[in-house]
Ligand binder design. Structure first.
Ligand code: PLP
Length: 609
């Protein structure tokens, strides 16, 4: 039986009970039960489930591990964290973060004007706000407005121009001045797909020369007292901890130097985000090699050591991990609409009274296949199909023979793979991609898994049911967009096997996991598919509640959102239909009513599944 790599990626958040996948928390409901409850009122299509308890778990883990490291290393600074809004700005996510982070004073990080306004509106005055990214004078002014409103806000400058603008605003107004942070451009670069955030050619941060210039500017303008933080971020999804350690040594020494240069109020190092999430379903392709415990203890130990050597007080530590906090909380669930290889089912064989000799041999191979002879028989079958296809090209066998041969070989290969249980042998992997099944999913990859499309990011995929059976079909997934990129192909290195299901008799749902970070606002409305229905699931000791259901946009709303006048469209369609010729008045009214309903529904498929 296959456990779909749960032990690798799921961090015990989900487990298999019987034939179902369940949430491993309190009353441990199965995902299928939750899905069926949501669909009991006629809801169809894909859905995004949010589990706030998983956000809570990650926040607690982060603080727990840093608190432990601080105690063990006798570290004198405090630990603080902010959530970078760009990772997920959706209301239910931010709400859970504020609720669960409240007792830790967990704050928010903003990288744009809209995110800054969001941060100001969602936090109370004790929670820290940090602001990164490029800023114009208006955005800096917004920072002053936040400080004036009582927020504990730090504007991190990305260049000297931003500092000059801050100094300008200080002169022009008498508003409270926000704390000033400096993003340092590190010589050491990160690892992973997003490592462009650091290094000498990085997009962000001040070089050492610019830092010295900044300190001079701050001092000359009597503003050095506002300078409280240095910041760096070496990139997302760090695969290895070594580059972080290098960056910490570099930033730690910059910090100590600045303290010694008279930056008296400087008291924090913000180490950015980058804590990785495991997306792999097989141990061979695991993406990172450290735990959050190792991460925390490395950061605390190294900073303490550097400061002790330089006789500088231990700084307060800030982190901005986002992916680590929210990736696990969201699960995308899609119904499977269709399987595209029903045509190879054994029952479709139409054998003749007299078949060509090679086909007779295939019939025998298929019948006599056992675990002992599986590989040998499969090789024979593959030889035969090559010959049979040549015979067809030369006109010696007919289309019915060819169809029979394909069905037989398909089944022989499938059975051989199943019987020999040698998923890892290269030859078998290649064969699997030849006999793969295509599962059509009611979802858009562009909308819901954009990082798969953009950077080939794999997300764990697990069926919600049938988990007591061996998944025997090498699978690729097609989404319902009219775009050939809307496909998750079979990958022999990270193979996905799904179940043989008859969709006429049972529903089959796939869960896509760890989709809570970056996917939602990165998602595209390609083909005008929009964010799917979402639900927040609060699980307690006895049961669970489905809260905050937010429906996917209706067809008219989608068109409205890209600039069409929905009233005009509505009227136009109805007018055309009502002025056409109907045989009966009843049919006319029924059709008009149907149109009305269709326009109010979302764009995902409904009648099939
Ligand atoms: C994107 C970003 C983060 C979050 O990174 P994760 O890998 O999601 O933890 C943190 N800080 C800054 C400055 C960022 O740009």
């Amino acid at each position: 039986m296959d456990s779909f790599g749960l032990d690798i990626w799921s961090d015990n958040n989900f487990h298999i009970t019987g034939n179902l996948l369940s949430v491993n928390y309190k009353s441990t409901p199965s995902l299928l039960n939750i899905v069926n409850k949501i669909r009991s009122n006629g809801t169809k299509g894909p859905m995004l489930l949010r589990f706030p308890h998983l956000i809570k778990k990650q926040i607690q883990n982060l603080y727990l591990n840093f608190d432990k490291a601080i105690q063990e290393n006798n570290y004198k600074g405090s630990f603080n964290a902010v959530f970078p809004l760009k990772v997920n700005q959706y209301p239910q996510v931010v709400k859970a973060i504020i609720e669960q982070g409240g007792n830790h004073n967990y704050g928010l990080e903003a990288g744009s004007k809209a995110e800054l306004v969001l941060a100001m509106s969602q936090t109370d005055s004790k929670m820290p706000i940090t602001v990164n990214g490029f800023k114009d004078k208006e955005m800096i002014m917004l920072g002053f407005i936040a400080a004036q409103s009582g927020h504990c806000i730090t504007l991190t400058i990305e260049g000297l121009n931003e500092l000059n603008t801050i100094l300008e605003v200080i002169k022009e107004t008498s508003l409270s001045v926000p704390n000033i942070g400096i993003r340092v451009r590190l010589h050491s670069a990160g690892s992973g797909s997003w490592s462009k955030s650091a290094g000498m050619d990085a997009k962000f941060g001040l070089t050492s020369t610019e830092i010295i210039e900044a300190i001079k500017l701050l001092k000359n303008n009597d503003a050095i007292k506002y300078f409280t933080m240095i910041h760096f971020h070496i990139g997302s999804q760090m695969t290895d901890i070594a580059p972080l350690k290098k960056a910490l040594r570099e930033a730690g020494n910059i910090y100590a130097e600045l303290k010694n240069m008279g930056a008296d109020n400087l008291q924090s190092i913000n180490i950015g985000g980058g804590l990785a999430v495991e997306y792999s379903q097989s141990s061979a392709t695991k993406t990172h090699n450290y735990s959050v415990e190792e991460f925390a203890s490395s950061v605390v130990f190294l900073l303490g050591e550097i400061m002790n050597v330089k006789c500088v007080q231990h700084p307060d530590i800030f982190t901005e991990s986002g992916r680590y906090i929210v990736a696990s909380h969201a699960v995308l669930i899609t119904p499977v609409l269709e399987l595209f290889s029903q045509d190879y089912q054994e029952k479709l064989l139409k054998l003749k009274n007299i078949n060509p000799p090679l086909i007779e041999e295939l019939i025998d191979l298929n019948k006599l296949l056992t675990s002992k002879n599986a590989i040998e028989y499969m090789h024979d079958a593959l030889d035969h199909i090559e010959s049979l296809l040549t015979l067809f090209d030369l006109g010696y066998i007919d289309l019915q023979d060819r169809s029979n041969a394909e069905i037989l070989v398909h089944n022989i290969v499938k059975k051989a793979i199943l019987l020999s249980e040698l998923h890892t042998v290269t030859e078998l992997q290649e064969l699997q991609s030849r006999i793969q099944e295509r599962y059509l999913i009611n979802a858009s990859i562009f909308q819901s898994l954009p990082d798969f499309w953009g950077i080939n990011q794999h997300f764990p995929i697990v069926p919600l049911s049938n988990l007591d059976k061996i998944p025997s079909r090498a699978s690729s997934l097609w989404d319902i967009t009219c775009d050939s990129d809307g496909e998750i192909g079979f990958d022999a290195k990270n193979p996905l096997f799904l179940h043989d299901v008859d969709l006429k008799n049972e529903e089959y749902f796939l869960g896509f996991f760890n989709v809570g970070a970056y996917q939602e606002t990165l998602g595209m409305n390609h083909n005008l598919f929009t964010h799917p229905n979402e639900y927040t699931i609060n699980i307690d000791e006895n049961s669970y509640q489905i809260k905050n259901s937010i429906e996917s946009k209706s067809l008219l709303n989608i068109l409205n959102s890209i600039g069409y006048d929905e009233v005009l469209i509505n009227n136009k369609l109805k007018k055309k239909l009502s002025t056409s010729n109907f045989i009966t008045k009843k049919e006319k009214n029924d059709t008009l009513a149907k149109l009305e309903i269709f326009l109010k529904q979302n764009g995902y498929l409904r009648t099939t599944n």
